[in-house]
Design a protein around this ligand. Structure first.
Ligand code: ZN
Length: 82
């Protein structure tokens, strides 16, 4: 493998797993102004959508592969997806 930037062959290839961390912690103000109505509304919508999907939708499955291979040039530090 060659670096597209400096044409060096000193390239390290590694596979990394991307883990998406979601911060779901809301403050007291969020609960006072939004949380008390937003959470039930969200669940109603979620239930409705689930029902609609059950009635009309076929099972649509999307595989999300978050593993990607990244090559890093040891010469110039350039990294790119393989
Ligand atoms: Zn390079």
């Amino acid at each position: 493998m060659k670096c597209p930037k400096c044409k060096s062959t000193n390239v390290k290839v590694q596979t990394i797993n991307e883990v998406e961390l979601k911060n779901d912690h809301h403050g007291i103000l969020w609960w006072l102004f939004i949380g008390w109505w937003w959470v039930p509304v969200k669940w109603i919508h979620f239930t409705m959508l689930a029902l609609i999907f059950k009635l009309f939708g076929r099972k649509k499955q999307k595989a999300v592969n978050r593993r990607r291979t990244v090559a890093t040039c040891q010469n110039c530090g350039h990294s790119w997806n393989v």
